[in-house]
Each structure stands twice: as structure tokens, then as C-alpha cells.
Design a protein around this ligand. Structure first.
Ligand SMILES: NC(=O)c1ccc[n+]([C@@H]2O[C@H](COP(=O)([O-])OP(=O)(O)OC[C@H]3O[C@@H](n4cnc5c(N)ncnc54)[C@H](O)[C@@H]3O)[C@@H](O)[C@H]2O)c1
Length: 289
């Protein structure tokens, strides 16, 4: 099975390409920028600007499935203009789906976003992207899975952890959800499917609703020493935890997130015991290995 992954050199793209290659698929990585050497070794790299139809056709030629990640989002520093975001995310997605149609690609995974419907240009591009995917499914009968990823932008370690309680998700869970969606699309377990990709802390509802008051004690029960770590590192905890119902993704894709705030606390506890300087640590939206 040959899978083209657009945006393969990016943050999600690296983790997704690695996992899909390790699962035994033949990967073709398509991006404007070449991937890092260890990622390039996973398969073939095709330089491709998704705004250019002939680039995209070359990247998708012979593919059985496509994972379309290439996009700009509003959090890039220095920022990318709205016009570029629109062109890459909308024209790029149109070109990818047109090339899929020409090639008869029957399984597509599309990187949507929690920003769907928020307003703003980036959000609008994900609304249009999902609509283009729906049209592709209706015109061709292909299986299409659209994943509304939550946030995994690279961040300081001490911000990444508490972010999991808000809108954050670990990049490894993003990659695992994408592989599960790819398999489901190839096996035609889904027709047109959309789901949220976020974190699950396994927390009682009362703690979710009143995390600032009840959270530190609950964390202490799960990870002894948690309360002291929260104070020592001045972790910024939310008043309530953002928690979505992820049961549909588990039922249909067989995917559930693995990394929660408790895993972050266990990791922090181990680093603290080793006297690591975690205040200077930047992570790629994932627990460091
Ligand atoms: N990072 C997040 O928190 C987040 C959250 C929700 C959704 N998403 C979506 O997930 C996907 C991946 O995001 P990411 O954080 O890995 O982004 P990223 O910026 O790390 O990577 C994007 C990749 O796309 C490539 N790219 C940009 N324009 C291109 C073009 N015209 N042609 C080909 N390649 C191009 C870039 O070179 C880069 O390698 C995107 O669709 C994004 O909108 C990301």
C-alpha cells in the first residue's frame, strides 16, 4: 500500500510519516521543504508545492491513499499572511483532491482543526477543506476521514503539560489517530467520517468541572508528589478541564489517546528527581523521549 503524506516535513508530518512507515506502508513524503535526514530515510521524498497542480499530481501518482496535512496555521512565527494561508489551505486542498480523483485514490485522511468554525481565515480554510472533502466523497465514493486535531504546536515543556488540560493533545496521539483513520479509510470502515483528536485524562466529572479546586488533590492521589510539583514549577492550571467525548473515535477507529496530564506529571517527577533544567526545555508538542 502506497501512501502519500503531504506536509511530511512539518511537526505532525514527521510523527505521522514515521508511524505510517513503521506500520508497513510505503510512504511518499511531499512537502515544499525537505524533511530531516531521519525522516527522509523512511521513504521517497517529492518536493511539492500544493498550490501547483502538476507538483501535486507527481506526488500522488500511483498512491493508494493520501494523508493531507500540508497547511499553514495562524500560530507560525514569523506569521504567514492570510492570503498565503488561504491559498495553501484551500487551493492546495482542492489540488490534492483533484489529483486524488484523477488517480482514483479511494482513501483520504484530512487534517482539520479544533479551530473549525471559530471564525478567522485559518478557521474558514478548515471549514472549506472539510466541505471539499465531503464533495470528493460524494463525487467519487472514496472513504474520507477528517480529523479535528487539537493543539500540538511546539512549546516550552512547562506550558505543554498544562495545555493538555485545555486544548492540547500530544503529537504522538495525533499520529496514532491519523494512522487509525488511514487504516479505517483503507478498510472502508468509514464513508465520510469526522472526529475530534484531543486528550483524555480519565478524570471524574466533578474534577473536570472544578479542576482548580479539586484537581491538585486528585493529581496527588494518582501521582504522589504532584501537588508539590504543581507549586514548585508554578504550573498554570485551568479552572475547568476541556474534555470531549472521544468514544466515537474509539468505537469506529479503535483509537484512544494515551498521553494525559498525569503522564506529564510522571515525566516531570522523573526529570525533577534527576535535577534536569526543564524550565529551558522546548518540546515538539509531545513528551520528549
Ligand atoms: N499544530 C497544531 O496544533 C494543529 C492543530 C490543529 C490542526 N493542525 C493541522 O495539522 C496539519 C499539520 O500541522 P503542523 O502543526 O504539523 O504544521 P507545520 O507548520 O509544522 O507543518 C506544515 C508543513 O506543511 C508544509 N507546507 C506549507 N505550505 C506548503 C505547500 N504549499 N505545499 C507543500 N507543503 C507545504 C510546510 O513546509 C510544513 O512542513 C495542518 O493541516 C494544520 O492545519 C495543526
Amino acid at each position: 500500500m502506497r501512501v502519500t503524506i503531504t506536509g511530511a516535513s512539518g511537526n505532525a508530518g514527521q510523527a505521522v510519516s514515521r508511524l505510517i512507515a513503521e506500520a508497513g506502508f510505503e510512504v511518499r513524503m511531499a512537502d515544499m521543504a525537505p524533511p530531516a535526514r531521519d525522516i527522509a530515510a523512511l521513504g521517497e521524498f517529492v518536493r511539492c508545492d500544493t498550490r501547483t497542480p502538476t507538483d501535486v499530481q507527481r506526488a500522488i501518482e500511483g498512491a493508494d491513499a493520501v494523508v493531507h496535512l500540508a497547511a499553514w496555521h495562524s500560530a507560525h512565527r514569523p506569521p504567514v499572511s492570510d492570503a498565503t494561508i488561504f491559498a495553501v489551505n484551500v487551493d492546495g486542498t482542492f489540488n490534492v483532491l483533484e489529483a486524488c480523483r484523477a488517480e482514483g485514490v479511494a482513501a483520504v485522511v484530512f487534517a482539520s482543526s479544533m479551530a473549525y468554525g471559530w471564525g478567522g481565515v485559518y478557521s474558514a480554510t478548515k471549514v472549506i477543506g472539510e466541505e471539499l472533502c465531503r464533495a470528493y466523497h460524494e463525487m467519487t465514493g472514496a472513504s474520507v476521514a477528517m480529523l479535528r486535531y487539537h493543539e500540538f504546536i511546539p512549546a516550552p515543556y512547562l506550558e505543554y503539560g498544562p495545555r493538555l488540560l485545555r486544548n492540547g493533545v500530544d503529537r504522538s496521539d495525533v499520529a496514532a489517530a491519523t494512522l487509525a483513520a488511514l487504516r479505517a479509510a483503507i478498510e472502508r470502515k468509514v464513508e465520510l467520517f469526522r472526529t475530534i483528536v484531543h486528550t483524555n485524562h480519565g478524570m471524574p466529572p466533578a474534577v473536570v468541572d472544578d479542576f482548580r479546586r479539586l484537581g491538585p488533590d486528585w493529581c496527588e492521589q494518582q501521582v504522589p508528589g504532584a501537588r508539590e510539583l504543581i507549586d514548585q514549577y508554578e504550573l498554570q492550571l485551568p479552572a475547568r478541564v476541556e474534555q470531549h467525548d472521544l468514544s466515537e473515535a474509539e468505537r469506529i477507529l479503535g483509537w484512544r489517546p494515551k498521553i494525559s496530564f498525569l503522564d506529564f506529571l510522571r515525566d516531570l517527577k522523573a526529570r525533577d528527581a534527576r535535577r534536569e533544567d526543564v524550565r529551558a526545555l522546548i518540546v515538539p508538542g509531545a513528551l520528549p523521549g
